[in-house]
Design a protein around this ligand. Structure first.
Ligand SMILES: Cc1ncc(COP(=O)(O)O)c(C=O)c1O
Length: 383
């Protein structure tokens, strides 16, 4: 059964229910539910005097965060390293995977720079080539990848699940299966996919998946995670070394008995100290998502995206940049009008939060938006 979107809005997003903004810009930054705002305030109050926060409560929030994320993506908590952004995990992949001079990393072109610059830097330092692929309609298809992998030097495929400006979605299952078959590492930036889309990593092969929580997971800036596939954890050595990445680190009474033996789980990669208050707030957001149901939330966001797509296809004066097939997109819909500047201005005047990307208007609804908001946004779009 679906949740009552109006009731959740009144409770958790009162500003949206009151019509302050039609917020269709989740692909930039997600809003914080009221319970998340409350959690931040409570942690601020406690943090004024750190003695109010027990060690167990402080570290318990991180344990809970790993568990909630693992539940959401079909992983185990031991495969989750908490991180403060998406870039962390992409750098982890670039600088920790066992690559050598002459190896090739491939990505579709048009990737968000977070998934380009670490690989370019790797090239500069170690002579590893980062090759950008031109993909039909912006989506890398399995048969194109299959051909590319005939070159034995290709060792890594690194891509965004959902492309940030076009909203094109990669088929992780098909690409992951091919990578596994051909012994190629599969690295995924999931930030524009997770939330509007569901993921079960028991079914989908990914080696390293990185995701900031500040967009579609409606969590504070400075929260996120990196998943590292169980079998890889033992093989990868952290590139950035944290004092809590080692096995003895939980015993604060023996910190100077130095022993550089990595933890057995993905915590070996966590770069401590983490912002406890922000992860406590992320837990509040994830708890809300669990209550309304991740599948229901995903279906709702995708339904709203469908309305935008259908509208764009019905209008001659605009071009739909996002693929129209529903399995090739998520909840980002980019529409190119004749004059993006004027359209953007009209949307602004109607309090419709959106982005302009590559000459197109990017609209990105989520599970707390309503069909009525979409209708009003499209009226403003049309002028
Ligand atoms: C595909 C993609 N990756 C990464 C990011 C952000 O990376 P980070 O969380 O490291 O700031 C964005 C958006 O800002 C994005 O759209």
């Amino acid at each position: 059964m679906s949740y009552d979107v109006d009731a959740v809005r009144r409770e958790q997003f009162a500003w949206a229910a009151d019509g302050e903004t039609i917020y269709l810009n989740n692909a930039s930054t997600g809003p914080l539910p009221q319970r998340t705002v409350d959690a931040l305030a409570e942690w601020g109050r406690l943090r004024a005097n750190p003695d109010r926060i027990s060690h167990d409560r402080q570290f318990g929030e991180l344990t809970q965060a790993r568990e909630r994320i693992a539940d959401l993506i079909g992983a185990t908590p031991s495969e989750i390293a908490l991180a403060t952004n998406t870039s962390f995990g992409l750098n982890l992949a670039a600088f920790s995977l066992p690559l050598q001079e002459g190896d090739v990393v491939v990505s579709p072109d048009g990737e968000f720079p977070a998934n380009v610059y670490p690989w370019m830097q790797l090239g500069r330092q170690r002579g590893i080539e980062h090759r950008l692929l031109r993909c039909d309609g912006g989506v890398l298809q399995a048969d194109q990848l299959s051909e590319i992998l005939n070159d034995d030097r290709v060792r890594v495929l690194a891509l965004s699940w959902v492309q940030f400006s076009t909203g094109a979605r990669a088929d992780l299952r098909a690409l992951g299966a091919l990578c596994r078959e051909r012994g190629v590492y599969f690295v995924v930036d999931a930030i524009q996919g997770l939330g509007p889309l569901m993921l079960d990593l028991r079914d989908v092969h990914v080696d390293i998946l990185s995701c900031g929580a500040q967009k579609w997971l409606l969590s504070p800036w400075g929260t996120g995670f990196t998943y590292v596939r169980r079998e890889l954890i033992d093989v990868l050595e952290p590139h950035d070394v944290s004092w809590m990445g080692v096995r003895g680190a939980d015993d604060f009474s023996r910190l100077v008995d130095y022993d550089l033996t990595w933890r057995r789980d993905a915590r070996r990669f966590e770069f401590v100290t983490l912002p406890f208050q922000d992860f406590a707030a992320m837990n509040a957001s994830l708890e809300l998502l669990e209550e309304i149901g991740p599948a229901e939330a995903s279906a709702h966001a995708c339904r709203l995206a469908d309305v935008l797509v259908d509208w764009a296809l019905s209008r001659e004066e605009v071009e739909l940049v996002t693929p129209c097939a529903s399995e090739q997109r998520a909840a980002i819909v980019s529409i190119r009008p004749r004059d993006a500047t004027r359209t953007s201005e009209r949307l602004r005047q109607a309090n419709v939060a959106h982005s302009v990307r590559e000459g197109a208007i990017r609209l990105s609804p989520h599970w707390y938006n309503t069909p009525d908001e979409i209708e009003r946004a499209l009226e403003a779009f049309a002028g």
